[in-house]
Design a protein. Sequence first.
Length: 749
Amino acid sequence: MAFGACMAVAIGLQIAHSFGRPWCWSLSARITSVTALAVVVLAPALWIGPQAAAVVPLLAASILLVVPVPYRWVLYGLTCVLNPVLYFVQGLGAVNIVFVFVFTLVQGLVFYGLSFLAELAQELEGGRSSLGRIAAAGERVRIARDLHDVVGHDLLAFTLKNELAHRLLPRAPERAEEVMSEALWIARRATAALRMIPMGCQKLSLAGEVRSIESTLSVAQIEVRTNVSSHGLSGAVDSVLAIVLREAITNVLRHSKARQCEVEGGVRDGLAWLSVANDGADDDSDDGDRVASEAVSSDGSGLENLSSRLAAVGGRLTVTREDGWFRLLAEIRLSDVPAETSAPPADAGKPADLLRQTAVRWAPGTVNLLTLAVLLGYIPILITNILWRNPAGFTVDVGICLTVLLLTQFAHSFFGPRVWPTPVRVATLTVQAAASFLPVLWVHALWGSMGGFLAGSIPLVLRTRWRWLLYLAVGGVVLVLAVASGDETALLGYLVISTLQTGLVIYGLTSLSALVAELHATRKEIVRLAVEQERLGVARKVNELLDRDLSTIMWNCGVARGLTLTEPERAQEHIMEVLVAARRLVAEVRSTASGYRHVSLAAEVESTRAALSAAGIEAQLDIASGRLAEESDVVLAMVLRDAITDTVRRSGVRRCVVTLTREYGPENGYVRLRVSHDRATATAREDGRLRLRISRYRTTLSESDEERLEHVRARLDAVNGSLRMETTEDWFHLTAELPSDVTPDPAHA
């Protein structure tokens, strides 16, 4: 009774150590639990004898699971020699002493390794999602940084060009037309950059940026002197310095009252450098040299972005203010530039909770080493079992069989046998079965764990659903042979149980190795997929928030340029509309760079009114009042933006009607947004346009329009909405409908 109680407590404590994440417990809880386990494991030896200490492997495994790293292996070794000492004191013989030592050593490792199986299965799934989130967040930061550094400069330059054109009209229409052409070129470049940024393929050159900033600063009436050489710069360094120059000039235009700007750079003594100075610094600022990290706090996210970009190629950023001049100096030691700078390591930013998980930090080689140690440890166990049954039966032939048995098991455990051709798998199992049972011919008796390797290999090698029945069949064969040999009943149970248990151990540890290998092998793929998913999502957001606004601005800019010579006053009006929209777009870029902005239907209605007015389209907006749920509000805002963008792009449209109607009801309520414009049949049809059928209605769409409407429909589907389009006479109608999740306005209830 006392022995049973001790074993129940021991098993309970072992389960807690194996599955209760003991490395997260307090130190006192760990000490208490290990001490209690030691007492219930060792105490039965007082009245039963040393044989009762066969459960000492539980204590050994718990020490490895619970005790901190510097001491665990020392205590583990002491625990493993405890049983041999007890056996030696009792004078039980050398074979028994060796057996109990190896048994304790191997079984402790077995319990320790198998305890991580459930934890690793969870970590494999949890680690995947965590790595995905980390990679997606890193890619989001990268895109936001590029939006700020690359597109923000172009939008600011575009705004300056339009301001200059507005000042030139109507007294110098020829010069205004030239400036508008330059503005359109900048807008096209910004559009191209927007499309490339989500994919991470934007390419900048220092020489190209130097030419661009000379034109931009001249428009802003800032005298610029340049002396920059890009000779000897690698692609990564050249691109980073180009972005540094672009951001520095953007800050000159945005943050200072500079009238002079000096840009110098090149390579000397293995150091790539770029200096941008302007005379717009505050006169009372007597700050000395400071490193980039100090400059970040006072100069905003632009310099922070530059610091991180330079750090990625082993560079540094220094900012100084002296005698009214502000100077930004970027330096990169070419010998320090890493070979790969395109992406952060997959492990960057790993959460602290993952770092605390010992299992996750195991490399596949470490787990394989554990499996190898257990496999090698079973050979002495087999040998001592054979010697225990028949000391004279261990012959050279038996040794050869054990060697073959071990080699085939190595192949099954470490070389992925399930992908082997069927004849190879059958052949190796046949050889292993022969090596497992042929020694009976020389030993003339059965021994413990004799079919264990074969039992463990069957579920590892075979893909059939009957493999576990074959696993049990190995135990059945051992049982039949034992009965035929006339062994005692107690020995029969030991022979069968030890065989099946060894098979489970072999299968479990090999699966552990496979899990860890899969975890490490799929990390890069997980990161890649997460980054690609984030890029696609951001590409859609960029398209919705920025790209089409920029297209509308470009359209107005083109109209203004066409009117500069014939109708300068009207051209000025279009330029003013462009300036208003461009400034709003600059704000959107900044907002997107810090976190994608929330779009609201109310804001889009006002934007729609302005966009239609700027395009010379008569607008009629009838919007019912009431509060929409946040998701529905965003979706309808996007639908309205898409529809109005399409309306402004089409030629011949003179009138546009936007209505938002609501029907309140407990079951059949709805919110319906309808955008209609005239002259639908007069829309120009360009080559390469596609037809897209939505429900039973048909419209003519370009490839980009089709993709955009697919995004709109996907958004509507997410809130159980619908989208349809139809043409009636000379009118085109787009209707989006959502289930009613609105709160009616009291005045309209």
